[in-house]
Design a protein around this ligand. Structure first.
Ligand code: GAP
Length: 513
């Protein structure tokens, strides 16, 4: 656990130090759970979005894009169920006046129990050495079995309990406020997560608008507009990337849980009765998408929902092993015809599809894939963050921090570095190369500091290639091309730089895996 915390802290401070992510309005001490993306962060985020968009819209003839507004007619959120049911159970501590999510307090308690289990296992591993069988130990050691049974019972009560029962659980487990240590709790109440604002021209409740808590509803209300204008036939999908807003009570774990974040969602419209076939298809397709971008298989897993949302008849999360453990990165939901039917009812408009093959009208079923762009960013960067020993210019071992991002999503693809700063013939040549290759991909010219330090700086932001311009360049028109991961340096003619780098950083590499 301590190790995990340490690693996470390193990732967070790396993001700040190298211009990936800053706390929002930091000059005013920041705004809780709101973050800004810096110069390299915005490049990485844009590349993740590009990869997602191309894999959906460009790679599928039957998926088209949309960019709906953040503000929507307020009835949208009544129809979707968000006004009545988009709630978290909230509890206040009477002494510290701090507000918590009641379920998270219980989950934190369970995590501590899990920590005790891990401690027992670690001790036993040390004691039994190579002959240790963890599975058997978990099933037979009385203390571990006791802890596991305790957690299972708590999880059941949490999933099935009413608000009152969840409060009882908190009291029974003697959970104290992390700030004051007090066990004086209020009742548990439901707290709606939507942010609201006011339309300028209409007074009172009538003019109340919400900042969308998911992008999906913009797709649902545009279903017929898109279907008719793009002449798509079912099955087909609509993809969208955009901001979403949730007034999260628990705001922690950096960009994992934000109040303003970005979603990449695709709604796939299918014939009623065919939704499970497509649900299984998208489940596998999405897992492959993650793997292709460099997330190792062992850091990904499916997690079926214990409790289905009001709109779903099947739902699974893809979880990623973040530095703080396995957590949801993406949801795949079979949303039935709930949303379209609700919009049909509240708007009074007919939202039906005429199926030319079946010669029949129906409200399509929907399979949704929904991934948080910021969570994907955090997954990519924490997976890529590596500390390792490598030989320095003098052949001595030295530590480097390198972001081993997939080259196709790296913020800068190629750095152009004159060997020395104060040799005009080198800097001129390097600038000319930079000005030539910048049309093909994102590159950077850097002449400050010794060459070794510049390599380290490029490693730290994940640049897959460095081109170095030296005295041989002036005579032979060749440069060295350094590979970030292997550290291998090859000598190539200047005319071949673009071809070489383009080949390595091409997004096609992600699709053809
Ligand atoms: N349209 C379905 C939907 O919104 P969700 O599971 O609530 O489902 C989908 O959200 C994804 O959005 C999550 O898997 C997560 O990656 C991302 N997400 C949700 N809340 C978030 C938050 N507060 N901060 C960052 N990402 C979030």
């Amino acid at each position: 656990m301590a190790n995990q915390d340490e690693n996470f802290k390193k990732v967070v401070s790396h993001c700040k130090e190298y211009g990936f992510v800053f706390p929002s309005s930091e000059v005013y001490d920041g705004l809780s759970a709101v973050y800004d993306y810096g110069p390299y962060g915005v490049e990485l985020k844009n590349n993740i979005k590009k990869y997602w968009w191309q894999s959906m819209v460009q790679m599928h003839e039957n998926i088209v894009g949309l960019d709906a507004a953040i503000f929507m007619h307020p009835k949208t959120w009544k129809a979707s169920g968000h006004v009545d049911a988009f709630n978290d159970p909230l509890i206040d501590n009477k002494d510290s006046k701090k507000r918590y999510r009641a379920d998270v307090l219980v989950e934190d308690y369970m995590e501590k129990v899990e920590g005790k289990i891990n401690k027992e296992i670690k001790k036993a591993k040390k004691r039994f050495g190579d002959s240790f069988d963890e599975k058997q130990y978990r099933e037979t050691n009385p203390r571990v079995v006791g802890y596991l049974e305790k957690n299972a019972a708590i999880a059941k009560r949490l999933a099935e309990g009413t608000l009152e029962e969840i409060r009882d659980l908190i009291i029974e487990l003697e959970i104290a406020c992390p700030v004051s240590g007090s066990k004086e709790w209020t009742d548990v109440r439901q707290f709606n997560l939507m942010f609201s604002t006011q339309l300028g021209t209409v007074a009172g409740e009538e003019g109340k608008l919400y900042l969308r808590p998911e992008t999906a509803q913009g797709i649902f209300v545009n279903f017929l507009n898109v279907q008719k204008t793009s002449r798509q036939k079912i099955p087909f999908g609509i993809a969208q990337i955009g901001k979403a807003f949730r007034n999260e009570i628990v705001a922690r774990q950096f960009i994992f849980r934000m109040r303003e974040f970005e979603q990449m969602e695709m709604q796939f419209f299918v014939r009623p009765g065919e939704e499970m076939k497509w649900y299984n298809y998208w489940k596998e397709a999405r897992l492959e998408w993650h793997k292709a971008m460099g997330s190792p298989a062992e850091k990904l897993r499916f997690h079926d929902h214990d409790k289905l949302a009001h709109y779903a008849n099947a739902a699974v999360d893809i979880q990623f092993d973040f530095p703080f453990g396995f957590r949801e990165i993406e949801g795949i939901h079979s949303r039935t015809d709930f949303d379209l039917k609700q919009h049909q009812e509240l708007s009074g408009r007919n939202i039906q599809y005429f199926d030319p093959e079946l010669q029949e009208n129906y409200v399509p079923y929907v399979v949704e894939t929904s991934i948080g762009c910021d969570r994907m960013f955090l997954a990519a960067i924490s997976n890529a963050y590596t500390e390792e020993m490598v030989p320095d210019a003098k052949g001595k071992d030295s530590q480097r921090i390198v972001l081993k991002l997939h080259p196709a999503i790296a913020p800068i693809k190629c750095a152009v570095l004159p060997l020395l700063k104060n040799k005009e013939e080198l800097t001129e040549k390097a600038k000319a190369i930079f000005n030539k290759i910048k049309f093909s991909f994102n590159c950077q010219y850097d002449e400050k500091d010794a060459i070794g330090r510049r390599y380290r700086r490029q490693d730290a932001i994940g640049t897959p290639y460095c081109v170095t311009v030296d005295f041989e360049t002036l005579e032979e028109n060749t440069v060295t091309l350094r590979d970030r991961d292997t550290l291998e340096q090859i000598r190539i003619p200047i005319e071949e730089i673009e071809q070489h780098v383009s080949k390595g950083v091409d997004m096609k590499n992600l699709f053809l895996k």
